[in-house]
Ligand binder design. Sequence first.
Ligand code: BMA
Length: 403
Amino acid sequence: MARAYVFRGLLVGIIALLTACSTPQSGSAKRATGVAEPITADIDPAARALWHNLHELKGEGFLFGHQDSLAYGVQWRDDSGRSDVKLTTGDYPALYGWDLGHLELNDARNLDGVPFARMRDWMRTAYERGGVVSLSWHMTHPGSGRSAWETDAGAAELLPGGRYHRDLVRALDQFADFVDGLEVTLPDGRIGPMPLIFRPWHEHNGDWFWWGKGPTSEDDYRQLWRFTVDYLTRERQLDQLLYAFSPDRSRLDMDQFESSYLYGYPGDDYVDILGIDNYWDLGHASNTATPEEDAEQFVASLGGLARLAAQRGKLAAMTEGGQDTLFESGFFTERLLDGWRANEWTRQIVYMQVWRNANRARENRDHFYVPYPGHPAAADFIEFYEHPATLFEADLPALYESP
Ligand code: BMA
């Protein structure tokens, strides 16, 4: 008898959960029923506000982000604060990605030549404009000293007890010093550390980074992630970070989305934002699918991600992606915006960030993700900009003020 009741109770619970998860809720409806909190117990109020305000965006729109936007563009590289996004649309992006690769080497510039001192200023500028900053880190292997793309050594010897553990800790200390020194005026008038999205150890389901599949086992990856978060929050007491997890779409099995996505997942106590790096469905050179098949897969990947995030009380975002060299003039409205607009799940994605516009003169190649003036995709990018669902700087709500 008792067992039957327990079973029935369980069944009712499961059905309630399934129902709750079968339709997404808009930001305000969700708030009434309560939204989960960020993982950092003592998170700073402004970072907590960012988390809740991003939740509020669900179903309404998404922040548009661009990597290295203020440091250089295809045709310029200077300290003028230009941005290819602004040169084309007249407005700055809502989210700015920066990469910390070579901070661990104590270099003055990151792996793409961006001076860290200027990066810091540009991060503050983004905050002052009401925008958001997301940090990734193509970290040199702390033990071997070879690049992020090293695939001989993995994470095993960096974990506690490992030969190079102290070198990993030293790198994390450099990170903590870098972000803790980034003080801004908070909404309550106090001076304090700037809220940030931290997206470490990205694309780990690929086999191209030392923390990825192959050099690093799944369990070691989880431990690396957990150590990183525990060290930064407990030892270094950083309370201004939201943590984003970002597997690469090209290595996801779309028929087993959940299990494939969760490869290496460190657990709900260690992640705030479920991300995806998606170049694969957006016209990747090695993908032989038709544009129609791509669109279907893109929508499936965003929708699958949003469902997982809803079940876990997390945010969902396209943490990185785009179309390298932007060879389709309708890319932004036809691929990106149509993908986001496709259904009530895809519309839960709260930001989409494209990669960097490499400077042609410096890198001697074409490698860019947003149009520059005169580019054939510029008109479409302006149409994308003007759509009410796409948020650039001028459209930003007060993200750091408690809702
Ligand atoms: C890659 C490329 C590289 C760059 C690296 C880190 O995707 O853009 O040229 O060095 O990211 O930013």
